[in-house]
Design a binder for this molecule. Structure first.
Ligand code: HEM
Length: 446
């Protein structure tokens, strides 16, 4: 071990830290320094040291080998304000129990039942598009995936309430991204109109969730949705009990949030990349026309046949991973990459940076679905990790692959999307990797 020797670090700014550069230009700051310093470097965020780990083995060390030396970083700690002790934010034994209870809801057979919801909703959504019209695809995808997650989580009984749920959730999400900003702890305590709106929307959504839970508990019926699975799950390996109403509320809110913005961004970037790569788009159309002749809507059975579609989606998440970085707080001193990383430091790992590393990808900036000669879902090495890894790996990964492939198929089969050339495209790494100015596109009938 390079005993207590620090890894290299970029030069500090005027105030003796890296915070402003990191904040202003996060992705290029990380890319530039990773290329310059290699596998480990550190930088300062206020009084804290953040160690950036840029090697698949070190990422595996954090997410798997030494996972008990870490807990979630500040962004997710702050998210507890909205998500409570849900899967994304909880820790330790409590998290393990929740994960055991929630896992069956995400089993392959269970989520297979949602394939038709996904295809139907996508088909209905695009029925409103007009040939030659310009739209903001980022918004379109956000509203489509939100409707899908609302339906699969709560089933049809809440169709009437979907509008209420959506409005409340939209307000919450606007505020949610603010929660992650520095000094948000202080902002949050001020009687700002945003805070009031946030609290009102949160209370509304809570009351809807609690009411549905109560109705389901009374009827004892499995409504076929994710929530029913969570309500009736019991911890057979532990105390034999199920989740309390509060836990159900936290998990429902977590699934709402984690389950739509990520997929929406992945699809938005995919259509942008397709509009810039006509050859790829042509091949995609050929596959879709072959697998889905005569306007057939894709079903679960078609998913394994849509191999090229899957590669397109995988390659898009390589270049624009919706979860662009993972952060952890060190709770026990640990050694990684030969460096001693002390308690209370931060570690940061970035899918965006690793996925563009020329050591692992030839011509990494090129959108080239053909590079996927092995199954992208099987990647055990941390050179491709859009869904994280280890005990905290995304529980909705299969749901997301299925949704991504089906929505891509339903939309691309009928529409060709063209990016509006004067519209600026820039990444905005917030909670997920968004297009900063939305994504203006013209939709043309195929
Ligand atoms: C393309 C879409 C998606 C991407 C890229 C994605 C990515 C991720 C990543 C990277 C994590 C790990 C975070 C960490 O380690 O700090 C995660 C966790 C999680 N995701 Fe996803 N996700 C996606 C879709 C979904 C969907 C559709 C759902 C639910 C329907 C979902 C639910 C969750 C939950 C509950 C967790 C927390 C799991 C735990 O800690 O036990 N995600 N996701």
């Amino acid at each position: 071990m390079k005993a207590f020797q620090l890894p290299p670090s970029p030069k500090t700014g005027i105030l003796g830290g890296h915070f402003f550069e990191f904040r202003r230009n996060t992705l290029s700051f990380l890319l530039k320094n990773a290329r310059e310093f290699g596998d480990v470097f550190y930088f300062r965020i206020g009084p804290q040291r953040a160690f950036f780990l840029n090697h698949p083995d070190y990422i595996k060390d954090v997410l798997m080998t030494y996972q008990s030396s870490f807990m979630k970083g500040r962004a997710l700690q702050r998210s507890k304000r909205l998500l409570g002790e849900g899967l994304l934010t909880s820790e330790g034994e409590f998290h393990r129990r929740q994960r055991r209870l929630a896992q069956p809801a995400f089993h392959r057979q269970r989520i297979a039942g949602y394939a038709n919801v996904m295809s139907d909703y996508a088909e209905r959504h695009i029925a409103n598009w007009e040939d030659g019209k310009e739209l903001d695809l980022a918004q379109e995808m956000m509203s489509l995936t939100l409707n899908i997650v609302a339906k699969t989580l709560f089933n049809a009984n809440v169709d009437d309430e979907t509008k209420d749920v959506r409005e409340a959730l939209t307000t919450i999400l606007e505020m949610f991204n603010l929660l992650l900003f520095p000094f948000s702890e202080i902002l949050e305590k001020l009687p700002l109109p945003q805070s009031r709106r946030f609290n009102k929307s949160k209370a509304k959504l809570d009351s809807i969730i609690y009411r549905i839970v109560e109705e389901r508990r009374k009827s004892g019926e499995d409504a076929g949705d994710l929530l029913s699975m969570l309500i009736f799950a019991t911890d057979t390996e532990g105390d034999g009990k199920g989740m309390t109403d509060e836990q159900l509320r936290d998990e429902a809110m977590t699934i709402f949030l984690a389950g739509h913005e990520t997929t929406a961004n992945a699809l938005t970037w995919t259509f942008y990349l397709l509009s810039q790569n006509e050859e790829v788009e042509k091949k995609l159309h050929e596959e879709l026309d072959g697998v889905l002749p005569d306007g057939k809507l894709p079903t679960m059975e078609d998913v394994p046949k849509l191999k090229y579609t899957e590669k397109v989606f995988a390659e898009s998440m390589r270049l624009y991973p919706p979860a662009w970085a993972l952060g952890r707080l060190v709770i026990k001193d640990v050694e990684i990459g030969g460096y001693h990383i002390p308690k209370d430091s931060l570690v940061l790992m970035s899918q965006y940076v690793i996925h563009r590393d020329p050591r692992y990808y030839e011509d990494p900036e090129r959108f080239n679905p053909e590079r996927w000669t092995t199954d992208p879902k099987d990647t055990k090495q941390f050179t491709y990790f859009p869904f994280g890894g280890g005990a905290r790996r995304c529980i909705g990964d299969q749901f997301a692959w299925m949704e991504g492939i089906l929505l891509l198929a339903v939309i691309a089969r009928k529409w060709k999307l063209r990016h509006v050339p004067e519209h600026k495209v820039e990444t905005q790494p917030l909670f997920t990797l968004r297009p900063k100015y939305g994504m203006k596109m013209i939709v043309n009938k195929r």
